[in-house]
Design a protein around this ligand. Sequence first.
Ligand code: SF4
Length: 236
Amino acid sequence: MELYDGIITRTREFLSQRPFQRWDYDPSQAWEDAGQSELVLGRDSAYELGGNGTFAVHYTCVTAAPSLVDRDEILLYGPDLTELRKDTPYARLSFLNIADPGGDDETAYRAIREIEFVKYHVFPRGFMLRISSTDQREQVRLSREAIRKDISFKTVGFDFIKKHRENPLVKHVQMLFITDTSVDYRTLERNAKTTADITGTLTHIMEGIALNCSSCSLKPVCDEVEGMRELHLRRN
Ligand code: SF4
């Protein structure tokens, strides 16, 4: 379960010199969840996070190391939702500390996928997520009504954490929201791609790909990510 640790550490280092706001998780303040996907029409929209061709990055990393994620919290780098006036670049990063699911690697893999899929089951009212699994984009359309009701990254983040915490394996969740226009989002995009590559490689290994590193197209991932090759050896 250390496969994503490098991405978490790298992201922390990348953001380490930047100012941020932080809030401890308080489920009683979570933004209302609509319970199902809802449409925010263009005419009711205030703006879009990641709209108009701006960056819209998302990645989720799980770790078994308690020291990497030791509390439930929200971190915000940049203006909050009610301070934004127009389409803006955006990133949402989720880091989760999870308990050992027990069983074999297959069990761990299933647990990781299940945790990742939670993003498709969070529906903050007036915060319409449009997630692309092919290029790791997560665009969000904000309704005027939600802005009027004072929606914030804090309360939306609490909704995400609440959903994640329904899974008994999840011990802590740290959510980072980034809207600071001076951030190099390309670096975050690269991290998102590496995260997707790790999960993709994991899927291939679990599906029974033969162990032959010299002819394997996934070699760059295994060269970079500690633990991947050992996993395939075990699986074999
Ligand atoms: S361990 Fe080797 S064969 Fe397995 S996925 Fe990585 S590069 Fe491919």
